[in-house]
Design a protein around this ligand. Structure first.
Ligand code: F6R
Length: 621
């Protein structure tokens, strides 16, 4: 996710900004930039790639100035490139902005501003915002603070921004809604630091002000911060003290990226839904609907699909298995799920009215890329569910949904999985509604529940300490069985994959009913069996499968639904998750399995973020 750093004070800004960008590298990004204000001159330097590339780009250039803003960008609108990198400058060249978040109505605003004679150099929503602020200055003769407020009141979406005006080298305006922003307060208000989180700030000051949503701050040297609500009323604020261990800075305060990414999931899923679950203009007052531009623009082709084929690898393939169940359930269209590596080498039957869905976090997996190229040659439509914007797979697709969960750095995929499942949920619901197979009641019930899924994930994350304690008891295991039925069968596969890749314990995922066709021979006191046994599809049957394991002396861990007392009779260990509806359960039931794998690996002293032999992006065949 993007990172913002800003400085205004009496020191040279550039070294502080660049160091701050390095501190934010853990968030992941694909370009970086900096703007410095010195003697009414604005110098902007940008680079595609890493902060080190930016430092090279700025070498031998004028990097003086005691005020500046800087940014690491993780592409959402437009490919990673120098042109799309922040900071962005307004038409007059006076205003400069860095932004984290998404302005959802940027296209409408851009069209209007273009008619008013404003020109755009990039594909970003951010440039639209700085032009809108410039418009407020030009048209309404507002000062910077007022112009920022005026522009933000017209924006729908999320933002954290820092803005400077070339003609006013004594102040900076910052604001937030939905995306985090912190201001570090220097001694006697002599200097201020702005950042997406406290990590770039704590080595200078531990006194910080956290902005609330829809607040705008005026930051001036040697003066206290002035804070306003977006409705122009003045806001009170407290200066808080941050307490961050300097060693944990690069991981946002977590000991590992994997744990951070597990904990990021409630926010990530909100980002994934943002702008996609919207007010239904034709419905009743509080009606919501799923709005997917990629579906609206390609409705004819998607709706007449004879068959859908999902291709993916690893964790993304597990998400595909859930996608199959969702699409078949809501749309009644047959779906096949293939390992991309098998599909591409098998001479598969592909019809021109097939839709092939590629699922990938990195967007660079060689087998998945080759599979969609093959499908494309055979005339199928290619749809992508991809995290990395502008990646090779994203570019190869005809249409698709970005997962929008931010960069995933831990090698073991966690938030990308839940993001992929969520994309399938929204796609299947929107398609099912459009082809008339998903009833209105069910559609409404699902949307309502989707909106509270992030809260329910947060609730599960409160069990982290309990799961850590549980993990300590299973570090001895050489083998593990993960069992589930229906919606929870792919979750069992995913739980087993998580465990084996980071703890090096051999783990098998199975449909629970298959156990008696072979794997049950492995069951003894040494073999923990984890059942994903929530109150859904096949619950009674899975209880019978648990009895079969119990009868053979097996050790049972159950992931169960809150309030399920019956399961206590059979299971040795229970992790409860909140109740939800059938089709959404994988979004919850996978969370304890991610935590369990993480804690077992940590207890074993292993390198969780970079397990042996594995790569984050598998660009080999
Ligand atoms: C497991 C994991 C891998 C990836 C697989 C596909 O935790 O991360 O199994 O899911 O290599 O990668 P993407 O999704 O980038 O295509």
């Amino acid at each position: 996710m993007c990172g913002i750093v800003g400085y205004i004070g009496n020191q040279e800004a550039y070294p502080i900004l660049v160091k701050g960008l390095h501190r934010l590298e853990y968030r992941g990004y694909d370009s970086a930039g900096v703007a410095l204000l010195t003697n009414n001159r604005l110098n902007v330097y940008k680079a595609k790639g890493k902060v080190a590339d930016l430092e090279n780009a700025a070498q031998d250039k004028d990097i003086t100035g005691t005020m500046g803003i800087a940014h690491t960008r993780w592409a959402t609108h437009g490919e990673p490139s120098v042109r799309n990198a922040h900071p962005h400058i307004s038409e007059t060249g006076n205003l400069v902005i860095v932004h984290n978040g998404i302005i959802e109505n940027f296209a409408v605003i851009k069209e209007q501003l273009s008619k008013d004679g404003y020109h755009f150099q990039s594909d970003t929503d951010t440039e639209v915002l700085v032009q809108l602020i410039q418009f407020a200055v030009d048209k309404h003769h507002l000062d910077l603070l007022q112009a920022v407020g005026h522009a933000l009141r017209k924006c729908i979406g999320a933002y954290a921004i820092a803005v400077m005006d070339k003609n006013n080298p004594d102040e900076m305006v910052v604001a937030r809604k939905g995306s985090p922003l912190v201001i570090g307060v220097g001694k006697d208000n002599e200097e201020f630091f702005v950042a997406s989180d406290a990590t770039p700030i704590v080595e200078y000051t531990r006194n910080v002000v956290y902005l609330d949503d829809e607040q705008v701050a005026l930051v001036k040297r040697n003066e206290p911060i002035k804070l306003y609500n977006l409705d122009k009323t003045e806001a009170d604020f407290d200066i808080k003290t941050v307490d961050i261990d300097i060693d944990m800075l690069s991981k946002g305060g977590f000991p590992h990226f994997m744990l951070k990414e597990i904990f990021d999931q409630p926010e990530c899923l909100k980002d994934c839904m943002r702008g996609r679950i919207v007010k239904d203009e034709n419905g009743k007052n509080d009606d919501l609907k799923i709005k997917l531009e990629s579906l609206e623009m390609n409705a004819a082709r998607l709706l007449k699909a004879r068959r859908i084929i999902i291709v993916a690898c690893g964790t993304s393939w597990h998400a595909g298995l859930i996608g199959k169940q969702l699409i078949e359930e809501f749309c009644r269209v047959p779906v096949e799920v293939d390992y991309a590596s098998e599909f591409r080498y098998r001479n598969p039957v592909i019809y021109s009215d097939d839709v092939v869905i590629a699922v990938s976090q990195s967007g660079e997996t060689a087998d998945t890329l080759a599979a969609i190229k093959l499908a494309k040659e055979n005339g199928a439509m290619i749809y992508g569910i991809v995290n990395a914007v502008g990646s090779s797979i994203a570019r190869e697709t005809d249409a698709g949904l970005y997962i929008h969960v931010g960069p995933e750095i831990g090698v073991a995929s966690t938030k990308a999985f839940t993001g992929q499942v969520l994309c399938f949920e929204m796609l299947a619901m929107a398609l099912g509604k459009a082809n008339g197979n998903l009833e209105q009641d069910r559609y409404e019930e699902m949307i309502k529940e989707l909106n509270i899924i992030p809260e329910k994930i947060s609730k599960i994350l409160e069990s982290n300490d309990a799961i850590q304690n549980l993990a300590k008891r299973f570090t001895y295991a050489q083998n593990f069985l993960y069992l589930g039925r229906g919606w929870n069968y792919p979750v069992a596969l995913e739980g087993a994959l998580k465990l084996k890749e980071i703890s090096y314990i051999h783990a098998e995922g199975y449909p629970a009913a298959e156990m008696k066709h072979g794997p049950i021979a492995l069951v003894d006191q040494e073999m923990p069996c984890l059942f994903v046994a929530t109150h859904h599809q096949g619950y009674e049957k899975i209880i019978s499968n648990m009895q079969e394991v119990k009868a053979r002396g097996g050790n049972i861990i159950a992931v169960a639904t809150e309030g399920d007392e019956e399961i206590k009779i059979i299971a040795d260990e229970i992790i409860y998750i909140p109740q939800t509806i059938n089709w959404l359960v994988p979004l919850l039931s996978v969370i304890p399995l991610q935590l369990l794998a993480y804690h077992i690996a940590v207890e074993k002293g292993l390198n969780v973020d970079q397990p042996r032999n594995l790569a984050k992006s598998v660009t080999v065949e």
